[in-house]
Design a protein around this ligand. Structure first.
Ligand code: HEC
Ligand code: HEC
Ligand code: HEC
Length: 357
């Protein structure tokens, strides 16, 4: 086996004939270093008063050096000396190699014109065009924060692959972004897997995290049911025992892999939107109000990603207005009125039917 790859540093990628040029196919370094949230902010964030506060409350002496913070905000810091190349810079934030993998073993070969995507992947470069691989890369820093850090005031994280990829200042061509609904689906399944895994390790599991997990599990059951070839989910997401978390973790992973591997079609995207828009009966059911409110919160975010994927959709049209109303109704957990939300969801659904007729 080859030695573990070395991290070479963003400057190794930045020569003007490679990724440091001004042209659209060579400007990756410029886009990242000047515009991407990942190049400056994650490390700078650890120097703020807010970071101090969180660290103090969590009993952490120095957020700039403690692995509990650097693992996401300053990931290169944790790379051992033996794996640092000459241009390595530990404080360059979330860098090229944090996402594309350390370049030591592939930097020379990855430009060979006879090299295929499969060759590059075999050399150790991460295949980020594959939505499952991409979701796994991003989710590592974008979903699970330990209960201790949450109690210390760290913001809750919510991973959503499609929206977060769209929000990234793009250093790649639009074609490589993949289908929005597929990215959404794969990302949410991977988020569910991570939340299930985290809960399976907590004893007792955190009540707030359970509530967030239930809402997402509900959403993914619905979404997966719209696509029959996907494996069937575990029987119940109600029981709060470790078993259900393990089962859900395994299911969510299988669903994510399956969905990432298939050829996605507009019909499938529409089936997803239609299935989620048809969920009003669940808000008329016996589930407790706080759970209903969290389901609604997850649902509106999903509809917001899926609706613009419809060919006939235009911003500001009737469906868009219906969706704004759903957002308003889902805004506050304590004031959430399930029956009212159910009626508004029925309106939204009718609007979609009219639009696509
Ligand atoms: C699992 C990855 C992860 C870990 C571990 C982590 N953070 Fe964060 N942190 C994030 C992400 C992602 C954001 C951006 C959240 C957003 O914009 O929604 C963030 C945001 C922040 C913010 C901005 C908060 C705000 O209110 O806007 C601060 C400050 C911060 N983190 C400090 C810390 C400190 C201090 C630690 C260690 C005690 C830490 N983080 C550990 C991922 C992490
Ligand atoms: C936050 C994660 C992340 C970081 C940081 C990052 N990339 Fe990327 N990069 C991606 C994703 C996602 C894609 C799109 C999928 C693909 O083409 O593999 C991509 C695509 C690319 C592409 C292919 C562009 C195309 O359209 O064919 C190149 C080249 C690239 N990145 C270089 C870099 C370089 C150089 C850096 C650092 C200066 C960097 N990336 C930093 C995630 C990242
Ligand atoms: C090594 C950890 C790490 C990885 C991997 C990572 N991120 Fe981030 N990301 C962060 C941190 C930390 C922040 C917070 C920076 C800030 O806003 O201060 C952030 C911020 C962001 C933001 C802006 C804030 C927000 O939440 O809207 C977006 C969008 C984003 N990341 C998308 C992605 C995507 C897409 C991927 C995968 C291709 C990815 N990230 C991979 C750590 C990471």
């Amino acid at each position: 086996m080859a030695a573990p790859a070395k991290f070479l540093g963003a400057n190794s990628c930045a020569s003007s004939s490679c990724h440091g040029g001004g042209g659209a196919n060579q400007n990756q370094f410029l886009v990242w270093s000047l515009k991407d949230f990942h190049s400056q902010r994650p490390v700078a964030m650890l120097e703020t008063a807010r970071a101090r506060q969180i660290a103090d409350a969590a009993g952490i002496a120095d957020p700039m050096t403690d692995e509990r913070c650097t693992t996401c905000h300053e990931p290169l810091r944790d790379v051992p000396k033996s794996r640092r190349g000459p241009a390595f810079n530990p404080v360059e934030g979330v860098s090229c190699e944090s996402c594309h993998s350390p370049a030591g073993n592939w930097v020379r070969s990855h430009t060979r014109t006879d090299y295929t995507r499969a060759d590059r992947t075999a050399a150790g470069m991460r295949d980020l065009e594959n939505l499952y691989v991409r979701a796994n890369t991003c989710v590592a820093c974008h979903q699970v924060v330990s209960p201790a850090l949450l109690r210390a005031g760290h913001p809750e994280l919510m991973f959503e692959l499609d929206g977060q990829c769209v929000a990234e200042p793009k250093h790649w061509s639009a074609a490589k972004n993949g289908n929005g609904t597929q990215a959404w689906f794969v990302g949410q399944a991977v988020a569910l897997r991570e939340m299930s895994w985290e809960l399976s390790r907590q004893s007792p599991p955190d009540q707030n995290e359970i509530a967030r997990w239930r809402a997402l599990a509900w959403l993914m059951r619905r979404a997966a049911a719209a696509d029959p070839p996907l494996p069937a989910p575990p029987k119940s997401d109600q029981a709060a025992n470790a078993d259900i978390y393990n089962l859900m973790q395994a299911w969510a992973d299988r669903v994510a892999r399956t969905a990432a591997a298939r050829t996605w079609t507009p019909a499938l995207s529409h089936a997803e939107l239609a299935a989620l828009a048809a969920a009003s009966a669940d808000f008329r059911g016996p589930a407790p109000q706080p759970l209903q409110a969290r389901r609604a919160g997850r649902l509106v975010l999903a509809l917001d990603r899926l609706l613009p994927q419809e060919k006939k959709f235009a911003p500001g049209d009737a469906c868009d207005k219906d969706l704004n109303r759903l957002f308003a109704l889902a805004q506050s957990v304590p004031d959430f009125d399930p029956a009212q939300f159910a009626r508004a969801l029925d309106e939204f659904r009718k609007g979609i039917n009219r639009m696509t007729r």
